[in-house]
Design a protein around this ligand. Sequence first.
Ligand code: WQD
Length: 352
Amino acid sequence: TGEYDLSKTNIFVTGGVGFIASHTALVLLDYGCKVTLIDNYSNSFPRVFEHMKKLAGDKADRMKFVKCDINDRELLDKLFTEEKYDCVIHFAGFKAVGESVEKPLEYYYNNFCGTVALLDIMRKHKCKNMVFSSSCTVYGIPESVPITEETPLKAISPYGRTKLFQEDMFRDISASDKDWRVLLLRYFNPVGAHPSGQLGEHPVGIPNNLMPYIQQVALGQRDFLRVWGGDYPTPDGTAVRDYIHVMDLAEGHVKAVVGVLKNAEFGCQAINLGTGKGSSVLEMVQAFEEASGKKVAYQIMERRAGDSVEVWAGTSKAEKELGWKAKYDVLDMCKHQWAWATNYPQGYDTPQ
Ligand code: WQD
């Protein structure tokens, strides 16, 4: 983090025991931060915090958890009255594209209204530093790659619209009040697990995302992977994405907090967090087979509606503005995810 000393900072983390937040909080502790995590457990588990405390060891005394919904203004107000926070990292939100088509109102209420409530309380307590979990979904179906921060924005699902609306709101707020410093982090495809194999992703129900599904096939929990489309204009005919290790994302958030805290002129900026490298579905299958030593059976199916051919990030802004670059490759992602999968085949429901 350069010359910036994070050890006196107090960070408020929403969605704090979710997949990306749980990994990020541990890295924040490594840098000396104090962290308060809130979560309503809508897509997470109390047990995550137990795993985090074990991994944090002595540092766990700088971390606390409060069960809280971001729409609960009363409780948020109480928490911001009890302690002064230097920055908020706002992870909380629903994130399934398909589900958002079925339940748009739930998505707008949770993601959008929840963010309005949070910002209102932050403003009241004069905490105006924010790192926000955005997504490459705000680029819609991009016309070309790499996707840079200047690529036009377009939402193609209710979920995507909630992210885009939140981004727009941050841009409006920052334009109206220069005290706000907001960093919109647009993640590409987060995968992998903590290298210890003690923390990872636990999708509820049938996974929509590729890597959790591959994991379940390798564990023998599902028969085969359905590969959505084998006739894309790519070298092996399957779609290409920019998979990024969750620990690299976690490190990116720490750099983002530093960027926001040390730069008064920050305003509101968007930065891509990806590796800058694309991998096809079949390349991911192969990497997972190599990492696990298991066969991952698959069948090529029709394309999935709304999917892009090829998505990967331009990463020069993250390098220039944050001094951040992804370190892990897809084999590392698969190895760490496999360690987590074999330790906890039912995720946080695995009997202890
Ligand atoms: C990856 C590739 C699938 C499952 C989604 C959201 C996006 C962002 C990241 C949050 C695609 C293929 C998948 C399967 C398959 N999320 N696939 N069989 O679609 O790139 O992005 O997650 O903001 O907004 O849209 O990720 O993991 O679903 O798919 O063949 O069973 O794997 O078609 O090419 P995606 P994904």
